[in-house]
Design a protein around this ligand. Structure first.
Ligand SMILES: Nc1ncnc2c1ncn2[C@@H]1O[C@@H]2COP(=O)(O)O[C@H]3[C@@H](O)[C@H](n4cnc5c(N)ncnc54)O[C@@H]3COP(=O)(O)O[C@H]2[C@H]1O
Ligand SMILES: Nc1ncnc2c1ncn2[C@@H]1O[C@@H]2COP(=O)(O)O[C@H]3[C@@H](O)[C@H](n4cnc5c(N)ncnc54)O[C@@H]3COP(=O)(O)O[C@H]2[C@H]1O
Lengths: 141, 141
């Protein structure tokens, strides 16, 4: 039997705060987004507007799909297209007040979950690695 | 208190079998690996030799890093370089007989874990999504 309250635990201690989250803006050129992704080493990062509202997610896969010609990456497409033309708006997000149970169920299908406040301002992300580290410790008790 | 035996559970029921795992070979051109990655939609896939032994992992990030010029993807590099020149040999792997506890601790740092038999033949992979789906169900009991 599990402690009933582990699933009700607050997610605040798991969250990577916004200032540590690599992100781009909707009007950035794809080339800029690709350089941020390559430099950070991340597969996918959030797209935030100038008032810190979540607009989408952009990944190396999406940029590759949008710019891959028959066999070559087309450099003109990288310069001409914008992040907002390619980003996905299918975003896993939750409110900072929702419990661990919600983060866990969203993490099954999503490598990371965006966290927002009541006004839908972006606060940070919760990653699978942080959840798995907590669970591994919890199951050893 | 956790059921003591959940961590000792067998990993067989979590494993995606080899025939369902997208993979490439060490001597494939990078261009072929990029096309397999783009078509499958996966970020990173195993590299297996002709006798099903694990040789490495290859990802879109590594291919981008190896072929990205100052601002452009260099098409000649895609055709000239081989998978074995770029793949990582830092692979998270475990034996099919090891328990869930081992998969859980490896999954903290690795999006998927390669599973091998006693002769080190590749059998399949265990993904974070499968582990998280199991854990979410288990914690609800
Ligand atoms: N610089 C680094 N240092 C240490 N480990 C690293 C790393 N980059 C990647 N990893 C490892 O690889 C996993 C997959 O990273 P990926 O970039 O595909 O997928 C990442 C990335 O898309 C996003 N992410 C993580 N941290 C981020 C950050 N600070 N800013 C923006 N996005 C982030 O969340 C996804 C899941 O992250 P998670 O930590 O669960 O899982 C990470 C982590 O275990
Ligand atoms: N075609 C698809 N259908 C449904 N969901 C999809 C999907 N492609 C990706 N996802 C979702 O995105 C997560 C990250 O995928 P990614 O390709 O970065 O990272 C993947 C990929 O690198 C590798 N992988 C998963 N299945 C694979 C397979 N059949 N063959 C080769 N590699 C695989 O294991 C990593 C972790 O997979 P995981 O399932 O935990 O986590 C997956 C899954 O939740």
């Amino acid at each position: 039997v599990t402690e009933p309250n582990v699933l009700q635990k607050s997610i605040e201690s798991f969250m990577i705060p916004m200032e540590k989250v690599a992100h781009v803006q909707p009007d950035n050129a794809l080339e800029h987004a690709l350089l941020v992704l390559v430099k950070s080493g991340y597969t996918s990062i959030p797209v935030l507007d100038t008032s810190s509202k979540l607009q989408g997610l952009i990944s190396k896969s999406e940029i590759l799909d949008a710019t891959l010609g028959i066999e070559r990456i087309d450099p003109e497409q990288l310069a001409d297209k914008k992040v907002k033309d390619v980003m996905t708006t299918n975003i896993a997000s939750m409110n900072i007040k929702q419990p661990l149970e919600r983060a866990l169920s969203l993490s099954i299908q999503n490598p990371f979950i965006c966290v927002e406040d009541d006004e839908h301002s972006f606060l940070g992300i919760i990653t699978r690695s942080k959840l798995l580290a907590f669970i591994s410790g919890y199951l050893h008790e």
